[in-house]
Design a protein around this ligand. Structure first.
Ligand SMILES: CSC[C@H]1O[C@@H](n2cnc3c(O)ncnc32)[C@H](O)[C@@H]1O
Ligand SMILES: [Zn+2]
Length: 434
């Protein structure tokens, strides 16, 4: 399948040619084949007129729990500890694979309609997630979040359910769909696990050549309790156990120290900034400008919609570009360009994907944003408008791996009616008895 997007304004995220007006972007199979201001030679199976629209790389949600769409906004008004223990974990105890499939489909529909093409996910019943992701068409780094509450001296990988789940996940899904699904090793968090699990997970990632996902220093109490218990911060402690040997995704990083930032830069650990979730759970504001200065790769995530209420990454982009200006009294703290980089090229780097940029040879993960909408007109600077004015609802086309999966309100890989019926008819009654 070949496709040409013509007469479009391309915000490429490629420093060689950042914004191209009246551009032509050609796609061949799953890859971008050409980008320029002259019409490429040849015939195309489909031509899309991009007049009045901005083409940009698909957005990368580098930390999420997509199936938590079922729990949208549940347990509001509490901090992380009470929210997890009093609301989320009890609700999650009632989940089964069918609920998770329904929640994943719902979450993916929201993500796709608002411009997301790639996610890094951590959740349970990962077979159901993988099957749903494959159907939906976006790319996903899936992990199942290692938890171990037993006595450290009793730890054995053969008897640890989460270790067995991680092993199965790799065997069955790593590289599935010609690389559409990658499996990452994962540790839910320092406070839900122990040194023997960290050692095992580091070794597991090394043996299988996997990425790593961990929740890190999300709250002040988590960060300080770790220091009291081990005399180290979570970043430094896990480093001691080899967890970051292959880099990794550290979600939140609200309370990381300056020394942690140096380790993160050195070990290629991405800090995933989740500003909405961190504000909603009153966890704080991550020191993103300091991390950027220290050379840390910073990406963006929504976290689950239980702690966010939305999977619209344009909200995270806007907040990431705004909040650090206010906190640091610095109008240049995080620029519009930097916020867009976090949601595209930096996210792609975090997931180990050859995407996030509009350039020949890159994966064709592309979205069209309608700049004739009242909230995007007039446009003095496309990058500023994307960061500060755009909303997910301005996305009129989502192409993942060269395939148009959403256009003008229509889903081509998901059935929204069926998803709604499954959520209302099965998942919600099972979890909440309603
Ligand atoms: C073991 S699967 C993932 C696990 O993480 C929980 N979760 C969701 N949001 C957060 C967060 O902000 N911090 C820590 N843990 C979180 C989710 O509910 C699953 O149980
Ligand atoms: Zn999370």
């Amino acid at each position: 399948m070949s496709l040409l997007l013509e007469h479009v304004t391309a915000v490429t995220m490629d420093s060689a040619q950042p914004v191209l007006k009246d551009a032509f972007v050609a796609v061949e199979g799953t890859k971008i084949s050409s980008v320029g201001t002259a019409r490429p030679q040849g015939e195309f199976d489909r031509v899309i007129d991009g007049t009045g629209k901005v083409l940009m790389p698909g957005l990368v949600n580098a930390h999420t729990h997509v199936a938590m769409a079922l729990l949208r906004g549940y347990g509001g008004g509490h901090d992380l500890y009470h929210w997890l223990n009093d609301y989320i974990f009890p609700a999650e105890d009632k989940l089964d694979a069918r609920c998770v499939a329904a929640g994943t489909a719902l979450g993916l529909a929201e993500m796709i309609a608002s411009g997301t093409t790639c996610i890094a996910d951590m959740y349970m019943y990962t077979d159901a997630i993988a099957k749903t992701v494959l159907e939906a068409g976006i790319s996903a780094n899936l992990s199942c979040g290692g938890v171990y509450f037993g006595a450290p001296e009793d730890f054995s990988p053969d008897k640890c359910g989460d270790c067995q789940n991680q092993l199965r996940l790799v065997e069955e899904w790593h590289g599935a769909g010609e690389g559409q699904i990658l499996v990452d090793a994962s540790i839910h968090a320092e406070y839900t696990s122990c040194p023997s699990l960290w050692e095992w997970t580091a070794d597991f990632a090394r043996r299988h050549g996997l990425g790593m996902q961990v929740h890190i220093s999300e709250t002040q109490s988590e960060h300080e309790n770790c220091w009291k218990k081990y005399g180290k911060t979570p970043v430094a402690l896990l480093d001691q156990y080899g967890v970051w040997e292959r880099g990794g995704i550290a979600a939140h990083c609200v309370w990381v120290s300056d020394q942690d930032m140096d380790i993160m830069a050195q070990k290629h650990i991405t800090a995933v900034h989740n500003p909405v979730s961190n504000l909603k759970l009153a966890s704080g504001v991550a020191r993103v400008p300091q991390m950027l200065k220290a050379g840390v790769n910073v990406a963006l995530g929504t976290d689950g919609v239980a702690s966010n209420n939305s999977h619209d990454l344009f909200e995270e982009i806007k907040l990431a570009a705004l909040i650090h200006k206010g906190v640091g009294l610095d109008p240049e703290a995080v620029t519009a360009q930097q916020a867009l980089e976090m949601a595209t090229v930096n996210g792609a780097r975090a997931l180990g994907l050859d995407t996030g940029v509009i350039a020949p040879g890159k994966t064709a993960d592309l979205i069209l944003v309608d700049f004739s909408a009242p909230n995007l007109f007039p446009c003095h600077d496309a990058v500023e408008n994307l960061a500060f004015s755009a909303r997910g609802s301005n996305v009129v086309m989502n192409m993942a791996r060269g395939k148009v999966i959403y256009e003008k309100g229509e889903f081509f890989t998901l059935d929204l009616e069926k998803i709604r019926a499954e959520v209302e008819g099965y998942a919600l009654p099972r979890i909440f008895g309603i």
